[in-house]
Ligand binder design. Structure first.
Ligand code: SF4
Length: 435
């Protein structure tokens, strides 16, 4: 092959089959797409081993994409249930699946995903190391952490979260500037604990160049993890978060020198009024690399409804430059999500992404809304169901409360403004009272 990564290809002026698919889907000129990719502002995560992937791009000028987190845990190890969730997620429009399995035969599940699933597959190797080596955290060696990264690359993973921004310096700053919620990133807490127990530097930071070599070989995109993302509103935009972001910006440049595709992970919990500024800070410190946000969750008081708190934050984040939204389900902070939780989380994230795409002027983003408006004006229920983001729910709701007259719904009946306006503008008499 004449190129290593998609970024390398773009820089060499090679228009890859993956770029062709993305350019077509995004209505983007090939030259424009290649220019954005060469600069690192657009990425196409697609490991060379993951041959069944349906490629998608993330970044500037592209539609906002969503990720769905799945995977087994010590308390829930049913692989078939996780696979059912994967299939639902893909059917419902998720462009990426992150396998966060932390129990059982994780490699079997991961390989099944990269052999069968057309979505981008992401992992967090740090979780898997603890399961794979089956030994106490403090006994895992720096070499073993890096070996897991290679194993995931060989298994065909398209992007990996690597918690390389929390080094000894960031850890010192964190300890000097204590937080209400400490570190809430699972990977961040693991590597912080490991550094504290061993006294060693974070191996993902220390051996970053070696990780880059692995990523270059397989074309794995690095998702630079936000170990210090705020876990409550009170901790948002604090010293640790910004210190880590500065490090991630430096590492981004090192990755680009080796043509490795990069995205940056972001907050977390954050008051709504801080989100736009955070997107600007990220764009500046990380040189325009695509931003991948978890939430942001805009209030801490809604367990059971965090798909809504995060959809509000995700919309504002994407409107202001975030490219990739990690879904949050109603089960967040409470339990591993079940199939229904996954569905609600995906719908909420897709609504957030779509609303943001309209606001930021993504070409043709509003076509879908216009089609729905036409169907509503015609009171064409079947067309409305087909266009609905959740057709099954839309159908179920109408069926559950049938109107007396088919060309209305049970909300207003004879007072249906849409119907009455259509009739009066067609020259008909509108009585309402005795119809
Ligand atoms: S009855 Fe009311 S809510 Fe239902 S379609 Fe007509 S205007 Fe809309």
């Amino acid at each position: 092959m004449e190129y290593t990564t998609q970024m390398d290809a773009a820089r060499k002026g090679i228009f890859t089959p993956e770029m062709a698919k993305v350019a077509e889907k995004e209505h983007l000129e090939p030259k424009k797409l290649m220019a954005l990719m060469a600069e690192g502002k657009v990425i196409i995560p697609c490991n060379k081993v993951h041959t069944c992937i349906e490629p998608n791009g993330l970044g500037s000028m592209l539609k906002t994409k969503i990720n769905v987190n799945l995977g087994t845990s010590r308390d829930l190890t049913d692989l078939n249930m996780e696979l059912e969730k994967v299939n639902h997620a893909v059917e419902m429009g998720a462009e990426a699946i992150m396998d966060l399995s932390s129990f059982g035969d994780t490699q079997k599940f991961r390989r099944k995903l990269t052999h069968e699933c057309p979505a981008m597959i992401g992992t967090v190797p740090i979780y898997d190391a603890v399961v794979y080596y089956h030994k106490a955290l403090g006994k895992i060696t720096a070499r073993e952490w890096i070996d897991i990264v290679r194993m995931h690359a060989e298994d065909g993973v398209d992007f990996m979260t690597i918690h390389c921004g929390i080094n000894k310096e960031t850890a010192k700053k964190f300890k000097r500037n204590r937080r209400l919620m400490n570190i809430v990133s699972r990977g961040g807490s693991i590597i912080f604990a490991w550094m504290e127990m061993t006294g060693e530097e974070n191996p993902f930071f220390q051996y970053f160049d070696e990780i880059l070599d692995i990523c270059r070989e397989y074309d794995v995109t690095l998702s630079l993890g936000d170990a210090c993302r705020p876990g409550c509103l009170q901790d948002a935009t604090d010293a640790s978060q910004i210190e880590e972001l500065i490090t991630l910006g430096e590492l981004t440049k090192r990755a680009w020198e080796k043509d490795v595709q990069i995205m940056i992970e972001g907050p977390g919990h954050m008051p709504l009024n801080q989100i736009a500024a955070n997107m600007e800070i990220q764009k500046t410190l990380c040189h325009g690399a695509p931003f991948y946000v978890l939430g942001p969750i805009v209030t801490d008081i809604a367990p059971g409804y965090d798909h809504i708190t995060s959809a509000i934050g995700g919309t504002v984040a994407a409107m202001n430059g975030a490219s990739f939204l990690c879904y949050v389900t109603p089960a967040e902070h409470l339990r591993l999500p079940d199939v229904d939780d996954v569905k609600e989380g995906i719908i909420a994230a897709r609504i957030a992404a779509h609303a943001a795409d309209i606001a930021k002027g993504v070409p043709h983003a509003m076509d879908w809304d216009n089609e729905m408006a036409v169907a509503r004006k015609k009171l064409d229920w079947n067309a409305m169901f087909d266009l609905a983001i959740d057709p099954e729910k839309a159908r179920r709701y109408r069926e559950s409360s049938r109107p007396e007259k088919e060309d209305t719904c049970s909300m207003c009946g004879n007072f249906c403004a849409v119907k009455n306006m259509n009739r009066i503008l067609d020259g008909e008499i509108v009585s309402i009272f005795d119809e």
